[in-house]
Design a protein around this ligand. Structure first.
Ligand code: ZN
Length: 281
C-alpha cells in the first residue's frame, strides 16, 4: 500500500488491486500472489503515462515519462512477438502481467523485477539498439523469477539462460544465429583470463560478463549435443517442474540426463567447473 501526491504514478510489484485519490494524494495497493524473491520486489514512482500492450493472454503495459513516448513505443514494439516466441520456446509466461518501466534517469543496465522490467531513458532512444536487452529481461521471467535460485552460486541458471535467450531471439528474427553468436563469444572468451568457475563464481564475479556468456555457451553445447527438440523440451520441463520454486545446478543436470542416451558429465563438468573453455560440439 503506497500513497503519493496526485500527479505521480506508482508502480509496485504485483497486481494493482486498488487506486483512490483522497485529499490530493493517490493511494495504490498492489498484491503479489506468486512467491517472489526479495531482490525482485520494486517500487517505481514518477510522472509517468501508461500504454497498454496486447501480449496474448498476458496484460502488458509500458510505463514511461511522456517526453519519451516516441522512443519507448518504437523500441518495445517487438514485445508481442517476443512474448509469443518465448512462450512457444519455454512454455506459458508465468505471471498475469508484464510491465516495462522506462525511467527518466539514465541507468547503466536494465533490470528485471517480478513480472516487470526497468529500463533507463538511455535504453529508449527509438533506434532499436536495446532489443537484445528487451529479450534478456523478458526471459528472466521464466529463468530467475519463476524458477528461482536455491543459492547465488547457481547464478548461471539466471544469467546464462537469459543471455542464451538473446541469441535465440536473434536467430528467430533472422539476425545472427545462436550458433554463430556462440562461436563468436567462445572465441572472445578464450582470450579472457581463465579464473572463473561458472558453477560457483563467488560473490565478486557473479555478475561478470563471463558468467553470462559461458552460461549461454553451456546451453548451446547442450543443445548441440541433445538436438533441438529435446533441448527445448528440457527447457519447458525445467520451467514447469520448478515453477514458483527454487532450483540448483544439480537439479538441472539431473533433468537434462533424461534427454540424452550418453552421459553429459563431461560436458557439464567442463563448462561449469573447468577454467579452460571447452570446444563446442
Ligand atoms: Zn540478467
Amino acid at each position: 500500500r503506497v500513497s503519493a501526491e496526485q500527479g505521480y504514478t506508482v508502480v509496485g510489484t504485483g497486481v494493482q488491486t486498488h487506486y483512490r485519490v483522497s485529499s490530493g494524494r493517490g493511494q495504490w495497493v498492489f498484491e503479489q500472489a506468486e512467491p517472489t524473491a526479495s531482490y525482485l520486489v520494486t517500487l517505481q514512482i514518477g510522472r509517468y503515462v501508461r500504454t497498454e500492450l496486447a501480449l496474448g493472454r498476458v496484460t502488458g503495459a509500458l510505463v514511461y515519462p511522456p517526453a519519451l513516448k516516441e522512443g519507448v513505443l518504437a523500441d518495445f514494439s517487438g514485445l508481442p512477438s517476443m512474448m509469443e516466441f518465448f512462450e512457444a520456446s519455454f512454455g506459458p509466461y508465468p505471471f498475469p502481467e508484464y510491465t516495462v518501466i522506462v525511467t527518466p534517469d539514465v541507468l547503466e543496465i536494465p533490470l528485471e523485477a517480478q513480472a516487470m522490467a526497468i529500463f533507463g531513458s538511455n535504453h529508449a532512444g527509438g533506434v532499436g539498439l536495446v532489443e537484445r536487452l528487451v529479450a534478456h529481461e523478458l526471459a528472466h521471467q521464466w529463468f530467475g523469477n519463476s524458477v528461482g535460485l536455491a543459492s547465488w552460486k547457481h547464478i548461471w541458471l539466471n544469467e546464462g539462460f537469459a543471455c542464451y535467450s538473446e541469441w535465440l531471439w536473434s536467430e528467430h528474427q533472422g539476425g545472427p544465429s545462436a550458433d554463430s553468436l556462440a562461436r563468436q563469444f567462445r572465441r572472445h572468451l578464450v582470450g579472457q583470463p581463465a579464473d572463473i568457475i561458472l558453477g560457483d563464481p563467488g560473490a565478486a564475479l557473479m555478475f561478470d560478463d563471463r558468467v553470462y556468456k559461458r552460461g549461454a555457451l553451456t546451453l548451446h553445447a547442450l543443445r548441440r549435443t541433445v538436438g533441438d527438440e529435446p533441448f527445448f523440451g528440457l527447457l519447458r520441463e525445467w520451467v514447469a517442474t520448478y515453477r514458483f520454486g527454487v532450483a540448483d545446478t544439480d537439479d538441472f543436470r539431473a533433468l537434462a540426463a533424461g534427454y540424452v542416451e550418453g552421459p553429459l558429465e563431461q560436458l557439464f563438468d567442463g563448462w561449469l567447473f573447468g577454467t579452460s573453455v571447452p570446444r563446442l560440439p
